[in-house]
Structures are given as C-alpha cells and as structure tokens.
Design a protein around this ligand. Structure first.
Ligand code: NAP
Length: 218
C-alpha cells in the first residue's frame, strides 16, 4: 500500500482514535488533532509504536481562526486524506434545546469543518488528488425529538458534503460522507437510552475504513 498523509480531527478518543490506530498499522503519515493533549499524545505514541510517523496538533475546532491557520499550514505539504471526525452531541429529555447548546453543536460539528477546509480545498485542487471524508451520522437522516441540534448539524454537514462532491469531482478529488449508526465511544457511553445495533468500536472502524477504501473515485 502506498504511504499516505492522513489528517484526522477528533483523534483523542472514540472513532478518531480507532481510525488513527487503524491507519498507523500501514505506516501512514498521520496528523492528529484534538483538545486533550495527554490523550492525544497517548494515541500518537501508540500509533508510532505501530510504525506511523505522527504529528499532533492540540486545538479547539471552535477556534475558527486557528482552524484556518492550521489548514494553511497543513497545505504546505501533500494531503492525501482528511477525515473530519471531531464532533459533539447533546441530548435533551424532551425540553426545548437551549440556544447555547445549538450554537456549540453547530460550531463543532459543522462550521469548524469549513474553517479548516477553506485553505485546504485549493491545495487539493492544485494537487488534482485527495480525499475528504466527513463523519456524519445515521442521525442526520432520522431526527429524534431529543437530539434536534445534533441531527440538524449532521444534516447540514451532509448538504455541505454533497455540494463539495460535485464541485471537486472534476478536479480528481474524492468527497465521501460516512453515516455510522451507534458505535461504542465516549459519546455513546453517555447515552442513557437503548442503542439499537450498537457496534464494538473495532467492528465500526473496520466498516468505516472499508467504506472509505471502496469509495475512491476512479
Ligand atoms: N459513536 C457513535 O455511535 C457515532 C455515530 C455516528 C456518528 N458519530 C460521529 O463520530 C464522530 C466521533 O465521535 P465519537 O463517537 O468517537 O465520540 P468521542 O469519543 O466523544 O470523540 C469525539 C472526538 O471529537 C473531539 N472533539 C470534540 N469537540 C472538539 C473540539 N471543540 N475541538 C477539537 N476536538 C473536539 C474530541 O477530542 P477532545 O475532547 O480531546 O477535543 C474527541 O476526540 C463525531 O462526529 C460523531 O458525531 C459517532
């Protein structure tokens, strides 16, 4: 397998951590982004032990100026794949969603994505190659009354991804949207309701990685 430079946001736990470890086994070059430094360094160290070259960036994706800077810095080198995975969920037991929760969820799950990609998209166009992977959710298709903000943010992400797909396909860039169901992670650990078809992290990641590999444009 050819060595790739892969950027993963939200790599300090859950799906992002598992994806980093998955790609580390193929000795890819990884750039891992998240806020919790100790967790991120721990993931990075385990990836290095598997043979990967790893750079870590401690950052809050809600700091949009910082995201744009990071996007520009990352664009100094080849970018083969970027996985937009950082995300948060908030649930409400039937009450009205507070505006502040709506704002936080939209910033993290949706707006931060374009702050980071804005400088990266021209780089990919110049390269005439690269893959953008959005980690959306099955919840983007089915909105529960208890997670309106989360589902709305993920549906907005789908629309954004769809637009980029058509915009970037003629430039040789693959854009894909993954919509997982429930997978074990810190996010799902917090859920107090029954999660149908809850998958072990390893199984979920194996399926996501498989979907990414087979979606490449020819
Ligand atoms: N698990 C599921 O069942 C499931 C299903 C469908 C979709 N998803 C999606 O999968 C993605 C990963 O979720 P997960 O289940 O793996 O949850 P998780 O274990 O809570 O991981 C979330 C990751 O996002 C990062 N993150 C959150 N807010 C951030 C911020 N402001 N700045 C930088 N990084 C931030 C966290 O890192 P720090 O806290 O260190 O910053 C963490 O690495 C999310 O987009 C989620 O919506 C998950």
């Amino acid at each position: 397998m050819t060595q790739m430079r892969i950027i993963i946001t939200g790599a300090s736990s859950g799906l992002g951590e598992a994806l980093a470890l998955h790609y580390a086994s193929n000795a890819h070059q990884l750039v891992l982004i998240a806020r919790r430094e100790e967790r991120l360094q721990d993931v990075a160290q385990r990836c290095r032990e598997k043979g990967a070259e790893v750079e870590t960036i401690v950052a809050d994706v809600n700091d949009f100026e910082r995201m744009r800077e990071i996007g520009s810095e990352l664009s100094q080198d080849q970018i083969d794949r970027i996985i937009l995975n950082a995300g948060v969920s908030v649930g409400h037991g039937g009450g009205v969603t507070p505006f502040e929760d709506f704002e936080r969820v939209f910033k993290t799950n949706f707006l931060s994505v374009h702050a980071l990609l804005e400088p990266i998209i021209p780089k990919l166009m110049e390269q005439k190659s690269g893959e953008i992977v959005f980690i959306s959710s099955l919840a983007s298709l089915f909105t529960m009354p208890t997670s309106i903000a989360y589902s709305s943010s993920k549906r907005a992400l789908n629309a954004y991804a769809e637009g980029l797909y058509y915009q970037l396909k003629p430039h040789g860039i693959t854009v894909m949207t993954i919509m997982p169901g429930f997978i074990e992670s810190e996010m799902t650990q917090k859920n107090r309701f029954k999660m149908p078809f809850l998958m072990k992290t390893e199984e979920g990641i194996a399926r996501i990685a498989h979907a990414i590999e087979r979606t490449k444009i020819s």
